[in-house]
Design a protein around this ligand. Structure first.
Ligand SMILES: [Zn+2]
Length: 319
């Protein structure tokens, strides 16, 4: 595994490039084990004329400004140092985006690892949170001696690599998945039965039906009334269920039209396979169907019935 860290300058001009000033990296036999090799280059900025405040404050900024290396040369030597490595890691997801952004700017091949582990996410999950934890905080927590200054790419790569020893393997694996999927993967649940829906005379009435819209938390059974559906493909819809105690779950509704024109199908919480998460990722960006006559309508109905009762009581008293 290679752990990467970068320092860059965003500049003040209109060129949308986070121009890399330093590439630091360390190589590990396995995550959480000793560092076996290091890589470090300072790169002379050539795109932005001015440094932004963060870049100006870098402890090693002079080493970049006086460097004789341009990005293409530095990048080529980094790629050859990486060799055939397939697994990469960094603190957060920005470094790989920035590296490939610079490669594209210089029309160079991008780095396409088999797996990119986000040790910041993995560490946050280890601490039981989805909020981002700062590298210095993790280093202090792990009581790693702070011998090196931060905001030097090589030092930060070393610190990042050392925190990996605190991360269980399953959480490291999770950190390689797209970040939005984590909220669904944090609370595993047993296989869930699906429930029949329909028949209904129209697709709209099937989507709005009680059986389609009645969800429940797979861990505590808390009823959750579905407010809207995301269209995935003809006959398949997804939605997000939120249990106040257990967080987010996915719910899927499949419908098909019978020969008599009526719609029937099933609704339930699917097993969280990679394929299901990928489908939901697509559905999230697709058409959104708000359900009609939601809980608001029912509340209003109930209130009206109560009012009616009061009226009746009043009449009784009056009589
Ligand atoms: Zn629950």
């Amino acid at each position: 595994m290679i752990v990467l860290d970068l320092e860059w300058n965003r500049g003040y001009d209109k060129t949308p490039l986070d121009e890399i000033l330093q590439i630091g990296a360390v190589r590990l036999d396995r995550p959480g084990t000793r560092i076996v090799d290091t890589f470090n280059v300072f790169i002379k900025p050539q795109v932005h004329r001015r440094l932004n405040r963060t870049a100006k404050a870098l402890p090693e900024i002079d080493a970049s400004l006086t460097s004789t290396l341009d990005f293409p040369t530095a990048y080529h030597s980094f790629l050859s140092w990486c060799g055939g490595e397939t697994d990469f890691a960094a603190w957060g997801a920005d470094d790989f985006d920035t590296l490939n952004q610079n490669a594209r700017y210089w029309r160079l091949p991008t780095l396409e690892p088999q797996a990119i582990y986000d040790l910041q996410t993995a560490f946050s999950l280890t601490m039981g949170t989805l909020q981002n934890i700062a590298l210095w905080w993790a280093v202090e927590y792990c009581q790693i001696p702070e011998c090196f200054s931060y905001h030097n790419a090589l030092h930060d790569a070393m610190y990042t690599a050392l925190t990996a020893a605190w991360v269980p393997e399953d959480l490291l694996e999770l950190s390689a998945r797209p970040r939005w999927t984590l909220r669904y993967l944090m609370h595993p649940y047993p296989p869930q039965p699906s429930h029949p829906v329909g028949p209904h005379p129209s697709l709209r009435s099937a989507l709005n039906s009680r059986a389609a819209r009645k969800g429940a938390c797979p861990l505590c059974g808390e009823p959750i009334w579905i407010q809207s559906w995301n269209f995935f493909q003809p006959g398949t819809y997804y939605t997000d269920l939120l249990c106040p105690s257990h967080g987010h779950f996915l719910c899927r509704l499949t419908l098909s039209q019978r020969e008599d024109g009526h719609w029937t199908g099933h609704q339930g919480i699917p097993d969280l396979t990679q394929a299901v998460l990928k489908d939901y990722g697509r559905a999230k960006t697709g058409t959104h169907y708000p359900c009609r006559g939601g809980s608001k309508g029912r509340r209003r109905y109930r209130r009206r019935r109560k009012d009616h009762k009061h009226e009746r009581n009043d009449t009784t008293q009056a009589g």
